[in-house]
Ligand binder design. Sequence first.
Ligand SMILES: Nc1ncnc2c1ncn2[C@@H]1O[C@H](COP(=O)(O)OP(=O)(O)OP(=O)(O)O)[C@@H](O)[C@H]1O
Ligand SMILES: Cc1ncc(COP(=O)(O)O)c(N)n1
Length: 269
Amino acid sequence: MKKVLTIAGSDCSGGAGIQADIKTITVHKMYAMSVITALTAQNTTGVYGIQECDAEFVGKQMDCIFTDIRPDAVKIGMVSNEKIIREIAGRLKKYRAQDVVLDPVMISTSGSRLISKDASEALKEELFPLAAVVTPNLMEAEALCGFSVGSPKDMERAAEKIAQYGPGAVLIKGGHLKDGADDLLYEKGRCTWFSSKRIENPNTHGTGCTLSSAIACSLAAGYPLERSVKNAKNYLTGALEDGLDLGKGSGPLNHMYRLSPFANGYPFR
Ligand SMILES: Nc1ncnc2c1ncn2[C@@H]1O[C@H](COP(=O)(O)OP(=O)(O)OP(=O)(O)O)[C@@H](O)[C@H]1O
Ligand SMILES: Cc1ncc(COP(=O)(O)O)c(N)n1
């Protein structure tokens, strides 16, 4: 059984963060482990409170995992302050973690800041060089590269700039584009586009968390990055297309949307 670790914040309403990650990993028939960096009080309408975890305790959780059940891949989501980021980076290096997928979560769909302003620098310096791929959305790409990113051409320019922070690759997600929902993978100077039709569903809470966990699962299964992104995009599209409608705001995805193809193990071969 492949093992995948998520290092992220808890979303008590189950749509994003740790909960979305564990659902994704489990539906991929893999063993999910979690290091919780923060508790959030949130639901489909917004984020109403954040309780950060003590940084040393984040490190302790990582020690417990890496010295016992070693993960085949790691997904990183919400890491809200510099101390937590440094603790995570130190442990990833110490344990030589492989196949790290970093979702640089900055602001929630509902508009709340999930990372402190000064932590963005630490994220770039400490965690980007350890990641096989980083997966910013358009707004995060803007914050990282310092110019506005609203078109496919901008995405290509932004990816090239973000790649300079040292990750293996950059995937800029196009979920917030005006037309379509095309994602751009920039790897070793090469751009590959992953196109999909735009699904008219306002319930997109946790799409980024789900995509990054699904990429980590495919990497854990041994697929190369490009194919892993393709698999993850297919998984995400199915979970969004299913049209689950829960809560009063932007609701969660349906991870059980086609459970039967998963019955015999990893479904994308
Ligand atoms: N309406 C949509 N139709 C089709 N695909 C979408 C749609 N919205 C988002 N996606 C896809 O979902 C994935 C996540 O992209 P998005 O840009 O929404 O990330 P995000 O903003 O980080 O997500 P989150 O909502 O978790 O913060 C991408 O593969 C994107 O193309
Ligand atoms: C704990 C946690 N992690 C990540 C997100 C981002 O997801 P979204 O942008 O869909 O709100 C979130 N809302 N909460």
